[in-house]
Design a protein around this ligand. Structure first.
Ligand code: SAM
Length: 230
């Protein structure tokens, strides 16, 4: 049965769903242009690494949490075969981001939903894999944990989860970048990530076999983990 039939449709809400997360709305049109400039291309490297590391069958269903304009969702969708049920599903709380993602993804086995990561609108254990890049630093500690528990819930037992985000800086450039970003964007959630709390939250959400698979630019880590089989 095609995957699209097994994951119930999520109607677009009339308004952006409520969240304490830092939702990017006006940035949507310029996001793909500005992000590589602001991050010196490091987000592209980390996203490519995340996509390379993710084991995915052509008929797999993958969820991209905090997908923004859907660049990673599309990268993953190109590995999927819709005839075998393959589907890449991007989720973001910003209707503006989702509108851009949908426009750019015609003809690919993608779907984009407007919802929050803290309350995923999907049944338990329906995704073969979950990914999320540069998203958790948009949430405070309690909501990071809620979002991770939700990612764990919708992932099939044994399924992989890959997360790339700001982590404890390990060189002077990383320390400077993180401190600048935290103050420039008035985003204390960035400082929480930089305290190195992510692995502890992954474990608290139930993930096992957590390991760091790549580090970039002095402050970005790519983590791989799994929902245990039992
Ligand atoms: C920095 S962007 C990351 C985008 C993308 N994953 C990437 O690697 O380029 C973070 C995204 O998270 C979204 N966001 C913020 N709070 C959210 C929430 N509670 N639930 C879902 N998405 C949220 C923002 O609207 C934004 O598009």
């Amino acid at each position: 049965m095609p995957a699209i039939d097994t994951i119930p449709p999520v109607p677009d809400p009339a308004h952006a769903p409520p969240t304490r997360g830092v939702v990017l709305r006006r940035a949507a049109q310029l996001y793909d242009l500005l992000t590589p400039l602001m991050m010196f291309g490091q987000e592209g490297r980390a996203n490519r690494r995340t996509a390379e590391l993710l084991p995915l069958q052509p008929g797999g269903r993958v969820l991209d949490v905090g997908c923004a304009t859907g660049a990673l969702t599309r990268r993953l969708a190109r590995r999927l075969d819709p005839a075998r049920g393959g589907l890449a599903l991007g989720l973001d709380a910003s209707p503006d981001m989702v509108a851009v993602a949908r426009r750019r993804s015609a003809a690919l086995p993608c779907r984009f939903d407007i919802a929050t990561a803290e309350a995923l609108p999907y049944p338990d254990a329906v995704f073969d894999a979950v990914v999320s890049t540069f998203f958790l630093h948009h949430l405070d500690r309690a909501d990071k944990l809620r979002a991770l528990c939700e990612a764990w819930r919708v992932l099939k037992p044994g399924g992989p989860c890959l997360i790339a985000d700001i982590d404890r800086p390990y060189n002077a450039f990383g320390r400077l970048t993180v401190a600048t970003a935290e103050h420039l964007f008035h985003q204390p959630q960035i400082g929480e990530n930089a305290s190195g709390m992510l692995p502890e939250l992954f474990a608290a959400a139930g993930f096992r076999e957590v390991r760091c698979e790549g580090r970039f630019a002095g402050y970005i880590s790519v983590f791989m983990m799994a929902r245990a089989l039992h």
